[in-house]
Design a protein around this ligand. Structure first.
Ligand SMILES: C[S@@+](CC[C@H](N)C(=O)[O-])C[C@H]1O[C@@H](n2cnc3c(N)ncnc32)[C@H](O)[C@@H]1O
Length: 241
């Protein structure tokens, strides 16, 4: 992926992102293909057991299976599980903050765009580490709060405060946003994620980079403050000690 993370790939991802609301399957399949390719850069997926924490209706299941992995989705929300009809076979219902999974049992613990929806993000991250086998891989990606998309559908007003952005959305649309600040959306920063990963005694941080950027823009993650806004989405790749 470092080689294939070109500007053309970033533009293509951005284009499908703009169609997320109208053509979700198109968007999620493109994201799934890209994610599997990105992860395969760090760990061979063939024969690996992958736990996808907060996998929703299993958008990524097919692409992981095509790569030869045994895919297990985990999702707390029954509505999300059936968002595409029948739930993905083998999906476990549970929370990432208390994974109903044995310690040291999966080769790859994967989570995409979930951390910012969790009240206790570092409990969630520690649970991902716990269930990963020694030598296994933890892949954690999320949208940082100060990213232009940090407020999700309430953005860019989140720059003026999460609760204020939520209230504004409610006034404008007559209903709550799907992602409610303080309930299902929380402020997680790039700096705090990097500090957590570096201090966690059970993992070695192998890589941290902006998920959707071309390879030559990865430097933004090394610059405090700039990285909070310019990363858009942060990936942490860790090896379980
Ligand atoms: C934005 S969706 C991401 C879905 C998918 N992983 C992706 O990348 O497209 C966030 C998902 O996280 C789930 N979620 C929220 N809190 C969670 C928790 N404590 N543990 C696991 N998943 C959670 C939500 O139900 C939702 O399905």
């Amino acid at each position: 992926m470092a080689r294939t993370a070109t500007l053309a790939r970033s533009v293509a991802l951005f284009r499908v992102f703009l169609r997320e609301q109208t053509e979700p399957d198109l968007f999620y399949d493109a994201l799934a293909r890209d994610s599997v390719e990105q992860l395969a850069d760090h760990v061979p997926l063939s024969g690996a057991t992958v736990l996808d924490v907060g996998g929703g209706p299993g958008y990524f299941a097919q692409r992981f299976r095509e790569a030869g992995a045994t895919y297990v989705g985990l999702e707390p929300d029954a509505g999300e599980m059936v968002a595409r009809g029948v739930p993905e076979p083998g999906t476990v219902r549970g929370s990432g903050e208390a994974l109903p999974v044995l310690s040291g049992s999966v080769d790859v613990c994967y989570s995409s765009n979930v951390l910012e929806h969790v009240r206790r993000p570092w409990v969630f991250a520690a649970e991902m580490v716990r269930v990963t086998k020694p030598g296994g891989t933890v892949y954690l990606s999320f949208t940082p709060w100060w990213s232009p998309h940090g407020g999700h559908e309430t953005g860019p007003w989140h720059y003026l405060g999460g609760y204020r952005a939520r209230r504004r959305y409610r006034r404008r649309h007559g209903h709550e946003p799907k992602n409610r600040f303080g309930e299902s959306l929380f402020a997680v920063s790039v700096g705090s994620a990097l500090r957590w990963a570096r201090r966690c005694p059970d993992v070695e941080l192998l890589a941290s980079y902006p998920r959707y950027h071309p390879w030559w823009a990865r430097w933004v993650v090394r610059v405090p403050l700039v990285r909070e806004v310019a990363s858009w989405n942060l990936v942490l790749v860790m090896r379980r000690r």
